[in-house]
Design a protein around this ligand. Structure first.
Ligand code: 4AD
Ligand code: MG
Length: 477
């Protein structure tokens, strides 16, 4: 007799065998049918108890949430809804669960309530499906890069540089806040700090990844990223995971090809490998859609959206073309946008990005060649002197999912750009070295992993696709 998972038992063809299984009770119906789940699949296995054979006091402890062990015979199911079930011969309570205080009842809970109980929410169908998909997508990402000759690189989490230049960083220090060492000007003396300088949690592994691209050729990072931006939105986290490939000798069109191929691959992977969970989330969304007014309903179901993205090319549009579309569109003219687009040079807000993707093009869009002054210093300046080789990928329902660029590989131009925004050359001497010693065209991008998981699962709040979300005023668990 071997210990097996519910998933294995449900897909097993051989019946009338003795089995042993452990899991958590989802429901116990009519003092006879236990629905048991162990996380290996969305589905429960039905365990049938003949109540005459067991103590009443034991059966009383079979409550929703309790951990139990069951031994018995796997048989073809007598009832509808499942192919096999277990005729229980031995039943053991491994861990009781008090029905009075257990928060996860067999009924519909709001996502807000479940967020407050994030340590237990993966005991629900929706969250277990989302987190299995999150795991599967991670695997597919590593698989894609591995199959395509990329090396996985671990970039540091503690850094002394602000890659994005936005200054939205979390400080890392071992100084005592009550007793800060001061220099002669009365400012905090960070030379006395642990690293002898100011350090922060990384906002991106890109700059370090560039150093490896310029030696190993094709690399990627996939790690936690931290931003102290005070954006309390459904698409921002203070701690999120980012995938950042970086490739030597690749230009911007090559970067777009890579991003498209990669995203199509990982979505195809889950369509082929996680169909049960996707079908469940698909139906969940269809039911949710029914409660909305017709005009707000999505034109495609979740599965249709995933198929659409995995089978179609993304639309490539320059920033300048996008501004023209936006300037002349209805919501802009009727002042329906919060931020009205008047001139070339305006930064795009998520309302504009979503208009382009959801209303105008109705497919994923890659916007490129943005004005230099709204993008990071490391992006390659175009010959027009005012735009850079940036690209953002916009997805329906999400907005920006990828940000990337061809990097500035010319030493003199890079130095000028750094000087213009007061980045001291000493801070990034090693980054400048790459432009002195065998510089070359190179490009890369960053994919926000949680935004990908949102798209793949149809979840509308980023807090519901990461196990323990960190957001302003919230770091519980
Ligand atoms: O556009 P971003 O800031 O680009 C970079 O960090 C580049 N260094 C990446 C690169 O070229 N290697 O961030 C990349 C992506 C965004 O498109 C978004 O999907 C995600 O990271 N992202 C966030 N996700 C959740 N919460 C936040 N606060 C995020 N900020 C960015
Ligand atoms: Mg960006």
């Amino acid at each position: 007799m071997t210990l097996r998972t519910v998933s294995e038992l449900l897909s097993q063809e051989v019946t009338n065998v003795e089995i042993e299984i452990k899991g958590w009770v989802r429901t116990f119906r009519a003092n006879r049918f236990i629905a048991l789940n162990d996380g290996s699949t969305l589905n429960n296995i039905q365990c049938v108890v003949e109540f005459e054979n067991f103590d009443e006091s034991l059966l009383k402890r079979v409550t929703t949430g309790a951990a139990i062990q069951v031994k018995g015979e796997l048989v073809e199911s007598q009832g509808k809804g499942q192919s096999v079930e277990i005729q229980v011969k031995e039943l053991e309570i491994l861990g009781d669960c008090d029905p009075e205080t257990y928060p996860i009842q067999p009924k519909k809970h709001s996502f807000e309530f479940l967020r407050e109980n994030a340590h237990l929410r993966t005991r629900t169908n929706t969250f277990s499906a989302v987190m299995r998909l999150r795991s599967s997508l991670s695997f597919a990402i590593h698989k894609y890069f591995n199959e395509n000759g990329f090396y996985y690189m671990h970039t540091p989490i503690i850094t002394g540089s602000d890659a994005e230049g936005a200054g939205e960083m979390f400080r890392v220090t071992s100084l005592d806040p009550q007793n800060l060492p001061k220099d002669e000007n009365g400012a905090t003396d960070y030379s006395k700090d642990f690293f002898g300088k100011e350090t922060n949690l990384t906002v991106s592994g890109q700059l370090e990844a560039e150093t490896y691209a310029m030696s190993l050729g094709k690399v990627y990072t996939f790690g936690p990223t931290f931003r102290a931006e005070n954006s309390n939105t459904s698409r921002h986290l203070a701690e999120f995971w980012m995938i950042e490939p970086e490739v030597a000798f690749m230009d911007l069109p090559g970067n777009m090809d890579l991003a498209e191929d990669f995203m199509r691959y990982v979505i195809k992977y889950i369509l082929e490998n996680n169909r049960e969970d996707l079908d469940f989330l698909n139906d969940r969304l269809l039911n949710e859609e029914k409660t909305k007014p017709q005009a707000e309903r999505s034109e495609m179901s979740l599965i249709e959206k995933l198929k659409f993205v995995s089978e179609n090319n993304f639309k490539r549009v320059s920033y300048t073309e996008a501004i023209d579309i936006l300037r002349n569109c209805k919501p802009n003219k009727k002042k329906k946008f919060k931020y009205i687009i008047n001139e070339w040079g305006a930064d795009l807000q998520s309302e504009h990005e979503r208009y382009l993707v959801e209303k105008h093009f109705k497919c994923p869009v890659i916007l490129f060649d943005y004005p230099a002054n709204i993008k990071a210093f490391y992006m390659r300046l175009n010959d027009d002197g005012k735009t850079v080789r940036a690209m953002d990928i916009l997805f329906p329902g999400i907005g920006e999912i990828v940000g990337g660029a061809q990097r500035e590989e010319r030493l003199d131009v890079l130095k000028e750009k750094m000087a213009a925004i007061n980045i001291p050359e000493e801070d990034l001497w090693w980054y400048l070295d790459l432009r002195k010693f065998g510089t070359a065209v190179h490009s890369g991008f960053g994919l926000g992993f949680e935004r990908l998981v949102m798209f793949a699962t149809g979840m509308s709040n980023i807090r519901d696709v990461i196990p323990f979300p960190r957001t302003p005023q919230n770091a519980e668990f």
